[in-house]
Ligand binder design. Structure first.
Ligand code: ZN
Length: 261
């Protein structure tokens, strides 16, 4: 679903827009849910898309609008697996679905269309993470890997804040029994078609709590990617679906970073 360099599809906009031309409405901004400065946690909206460019080029355009230096951006080449890594700036991480760093200079990125973009932030140490999780990744244990990665580096999960960005809601996410048998019965329901509705958000939340993140520290947004026209959705647009790009960085010290309205 999230191959990294597919075409983004949909309507072109002014690709010549430079730093400072970014509208606030081009982004979902989760920064307040993570306590605000110094972090910035954002996800591009569908209305800022470009037609006929690769996702890599689209990411460059978005980064340019924000004034984010490309050489600081780490990119996971997501495969719906369970591997997470320490982010390397300017590097594409093969077969990786989550990146972490405690280096203020590193910019984390991610791309999604229905799967959940999950931001992790441990303010006391400055550890940040961005993890991509759909049903395959959850079943493969990507959140177990991600939380284990943090714990192994001395991060106290009880003090770690999490934001789950826009994802496909239960009513819009029909799956078959081969999927639901991988999950606890608390996160899916049978439907009238003889199939099932999977609550991806609940599954993410359940696995995070099981891993040791306090429920009170897990925030999410009430946005369904399939229903909300600001989002890309693979279920809605299938092969034509673009991707929303997340960036998670330290605002302080990045020159020209302007979020003008
Ligand atoms: Zn929906």
């Amino acid at each position: 679903m999230q191959s990294p360099d597919t075409h983004t599809g949909l309507s072109p906009q002014d690709a010549s827009a430079g730093p400072g031309n970014t509208r606030q409405s081009d982004w979902f901004d989760f920064t307040p849910l993570l306590g605000g400065v110094p972090v910035k946690a954002i996800l591009s909206q569908r209305n800022s898309d470009y037609q006929g460019v690769s996702l890599a080029d689209y990411r460059k355009v978005l980064a340019g609008k924000l004034g984010l230096p490309l050489q600081r951006i780490a990119v996971p080449q997501q495969v719906h697996g369970n591997r997470v890594e320490t982010a390397r700036p300017g590097h594409v991480h093969p077969e990786t679905d989550g990146l972490f760093t405690d280096d203020p200079a590193v910019i984390l990125s991610l791309q999604v269309a229905d799967c959940a973009p999950i931001f992790f932030y441990h303010r006391p140490t400055g550890f940040r993470g961005l993890v991509h999780a759909g049903w395959r990744g959850l079943a493969a244990g990507v959140l177990t890997t991600a939380t284990g990665f943090l714990r192994a580096r001395g991060v106290d999960l009880c003090q770690t804040d999490v934001v789950i960005g826009p994802t496909i809601e239960m009513a819009c996410y029909e799956v078959d029994s081969a999927v639901t048998e991988l999950f606890s019965p608390t996160v899916w329901q049978p439907n009238s078609n003889g199939r099932f509705q999977l609550d991806l958000l609940a599954a993410v939340r359940e696995q995070l709590v099981e891993a040791g993140i306090p429920g009170a520290r897990i925030n999410s947004v009430d946005v369904c990617t399939r229903c909300d026209s600001r989002c890309h959705s693979y279920r809605r647009d299938e092969e034509l679906a673009g991707r929303m790009v997340a960036f998670f960085y330290i605002d302080r010290g990045i020159e020209k970073c302007k979020m003008q309205t």
